[in-house]
Ligand binder design. Structure first.
Ligand SMILES: Cc1cc2nc3c(=O)[nH]c(=O)nc-3n(C[C@H](O)[C@H](O)[C@H](O)COP(=O)(O)OP(=O)(O)OC[C@H]3O[C@@H](n4cnc5c(N)ncnc54)[C@H](O)[C@@H]3O)c2cc1C
Ligand SMILES: NC(=O)c1ccc[n+]([C@@H]2O[C@H](COP(=O)([O-])OP(=O)(O)OC[C@H]3O[C@@H](n4cnc5c(N)ncnc54)[C@H](OP(=O)(O)O)[C@@H]3O)[C@@H](O)[C@H]2O)c1
Ligand SMILES: Cc1cc2nc3c(=O)[nH]c(=O)nc-3n(C[C@H](O)[C@H](O)[C@H](O)COP(=O)(O)O)c2cc1C
Length: 580
């Protein structure tokens, strides 16, 4: 690709010119277009906006930030963190980073490579960089907003100037993000030459429905996928989109805003010796305690504040020792399988007023689900594949809030609040001729059902390989008819199954990968894409290890060369994961 020359009459500084030069040289065509927009605008300080995201929130905030920057006459360049190299970062002058945190305090996948370079001892000084960070996270995790905090500290350590304090955002990030954007952008614009642009031309086309303004849908289908006598319960759902004007892409997630189980609400009210009729203000509206617990607060997983209060009021030695020792692992062992009601039942004498109790709870959050249909094949509905969380613990039946809300508590007449989360990185290849490998055990199959429908709809010629697994073939081979039909029609070119509990030794999808290492590597060499969906804690890590080993052995590479190969796949967005 030819490197475009930056005209001398543009207001870019030498460092910006140097960066743009290097930037142009190494980037893909869509990146070229956006930088050329910057060039065409002639004026306006360049503000680099980098996002680290797993499920799209940070990317959407980055787009909002760019829209505001344009309205201030600045020239924003929005990039995913895996689209730039460290020398490009070091050459920047104005930088905004928006990143989520994943795993247990880890970087999201698309931020990891750049972070590895930035956190290395060999990282260059960044004395001329002025920056600010917006960190997305969730206070229910121990390592709250750790990725954003790490970036913030490291950039300062490398000599960069923090021009506006980092903003850490909890799950309901929109207001805090807006505050950060409207504060930091004018600071970035201070003293700058601004573009002569009509602000209205830069207005962002906002999604019609969001977490704060969800679409109210109806359930069309609730079908048990696993057999009646399975050890699991996995269900197929379809929600209506007709007349909504909404559309989605294969790879996106659907969020559901659930309601709590009425029996659990009643049991909690009884346990703290309230009646449920107490009127309490919630978001400026007066409602009964019962109603507030049903619809507005997380009542299954106990908040840190509630645990602390229970420990303090009860004076319980075990709980207090655990909290004082600050040993997260031991506390987490103690809490495993214990929900809010279990904790309350430990101390039957303990009472709370409704107001006291509500003050100790977190807002009830939506749950995300990988969409299992293609929006092209099913424009009027959206499908999900959901494992119902049910388990026996501390002599009670426990139920996951959202998975059993949709399984048990709603019918075709219920208003169900939903909204989409686009995941632009998790997509079938734009080139229909390229092969794809999909690793999705358990509910991890969801987006791959969508991908197969999408490839079928597009009449894509590229080969499709699915690796699926679950506990037992007889009871847990979900979507078997559809899968076999797709094999018949040729849409599914290869299928490998791993049923873990059908024999003494566990067999997992990564075992099937290893057995087919040669073919798998040859698909990658043909430009193939490698997708993983499902459990993040064990499966995705083991699959990642197996992938590295396959590349090492089949590609005749050292371990370091295999890492490089995988990093290259990640950079090209040919190795992407939707793991949770
Ligand atoms: C991007 C994304 C995509 C997802 N896609 C899917 C999908 O396609 N399908 C799907 O089914 N899920 C998916 N999930 C998971 C989903 O969002 C919910 O986390 C899941 O349905 C559980 O929610 P819940 O409200 O039913 O349970 P919650 O009320 O949130 O309870 C879950 C909690 O219960 C406890 N728990 C669970 N099992 C046990 C046990 N056996 N013993 C003791 N304690 C236990 C744990 O503390 C666990 O965190 C996805 C998540 C993300 C982030
Ligand atoms: N991080 C999370 O909170 C998380 C992640 C995923 C799923 N879940 C929850 O778990 C429930 C069921 O989920 P699910 O249907 O997606 O999957 P699942 O039941 O957990 O597992 C599906 C298959 O993956 C196998 N498996 C277990 N460990 C593995 C490993 N290290 N590598 C490869 N495969 C492995 C399982 O085998 P065995 O069970 O026989 O070992 C099973 O055959 C749901 O409630 C879901 O929400 C939670
Ligand atoms: C599996 C998983 C792990 C997470 N781990 C953390 C964490 O360790 N710390 C934290 O603050 N937030 C954590 N989060 C919350 C995300 O950072 C938060 O939902 C964020 O808005 C996601 O933004 P994104 O869509 O841009 O990735 C986690 C979320 C999920 C689903």
């Amino acid at each position: 690709m030819k490197t475009p020359k930056i005209p001398d009459n543009t207001p870019y500084s030498d460092t910006q010119r140097a960066w743009l030069g290097g930037f142009f040289a190494g980037m893909h065509s869509h990146m070229l277009q956006s930088a050329q927009v910057a060039n065409d605008q002639k004026d306006g300080r360049i503000i680099n906006i980098l996002y680290g995201t797993q499920t799209g929130n940070a990317e959407s905030v980055a787009d909002d930030t760019a829209a505001t920057a344009r309205n201030h006459g600045l020239t924003p360049i929005v990039k995913s963190m895996d689209e730039i190299e460290i020398d490009q970062l070091a050459a920047m002058e104005y930088l905004l980073i928006i990143t989520s945190t994943y795993g247990e305090g880890e970087m999201p996948d698309n931020a990891q490579l750049l972070w590895d370079q930035v956190s290395a001892d060999s990282a260059p000084k960044m004395d001329s960089l002025r920056f600010s960070i917006l960190a997305l996270g969730d206070t229910s995790y121990d390592e709250y907003c750790k990725a954003g905090i790490d970036w913030d500290n490291r950039l300062v350590g490398l000599g960069a100037e923090r021009i506006y304090d980092r903003m850490d955002c909890d799950v309901d990030f929109e207001d805090a993000a807006e505050k950060w954007i409207t504060s930091v952008i004018p600071m970035m614009a201070e003293g700058a030459t601004v573009a002569i642009e009509s602000p209205s031309a830069d207005k962002k086309d906002k999604a019609k429905f969001s977490r704060k303004n969800p679409y109210v849908s109806k359930l069309l289908v609730n079908r048990l996928l696993t057999a009646e006598h399975s050890t699991k319960e996995t269900r197929h759902y379809e929600f209506c989109l007709a007349d909504s004007g909404l559309s989605y892409e294969a790879g996106d997630a659907l969020n559901i805003i659930p309601q709590n189980c009425p029996e659990l609400v009643a049991d909690i009210i009884k346990a703290i010796n309230c009646t449920g009729d107490e009127d309490e203000p919630v978001n400026g509206e007066l409602m009964s305690f019962t109603e507030s617990l049903l619809s507005h607060y997380e009542i299954k997983l106990p908040s840190k504040e509630l645990i602390q209060e229970i420990a303090q009021r009860s004076g319980d030695q075990t709980l207090n020792n655990l909290l004082e020792a600050n040993d997260k692992a031991k506390l987490s062992d103690y809490l495993w399988g214990r929900d809010t009601l279990d904790l309350l039942l430990l101390f039957p004498e303990m009472e709370f007023s409704a107001a006291e109790f509500l003050a100790l709870l977190k807002p009830l959050q939506h749950r995300a689900y990988s969409i299992s249909s293609s929006g092209k094949a099913h424009p009027e509905s959206v499908h999900l594949t959901v494992a119902s969380v049910r388990y026996q613990s501390h002599e009670r039946e426990h139920k996951g809030v959202c998975s059993t809300y949709i399984a048990d508590l709603i019918d075709d007449q219920t208003d169900v609040k939903i909204f989409f989360s686009p995941n632009k990185s998790f997509r079938v290849p734009a080139d229909d001729d390229l092969p794809i490998i999909m690793v999705g055990p358990g509910t991890g199959i969801a987006p791959f059902r969508a991908f197969l429908q999408e490839r079928e709809f597009r009449k894509a010629k590229g080969k499709n390989w699915l690796l699926f697994g679950d506990r037992n073939e007889a009871t847990d081979y979900i979507y078997r008819d559809e899968i076999e039909a797709m094999q018949q029609t040729g849409v599914l070119s290869r299928l490998d199954l791993a049923f873990s509990r059908d024999q003494q030794e566990k067999i997992y999808v990564q075992d099937r990968m290893r057995e087919n290492a040669q073919e798998m590597f040859s698909w990658l060499e043909l430009g193939g894409y490698f997708y993983v969906c499902g459990d993040a804690n064990y499966m995705a890590k083991d699959v990642d290890k197996a992938l590295h080993k396959i590349i090492e052995t089949q590609g005749n590479k050292t371990a370091d060369q295999a890492i490089e190969y995988v990093n290259h796949l990640k950079k090209e967005k040919r190795y992407v994961r939707d793991v949770y």
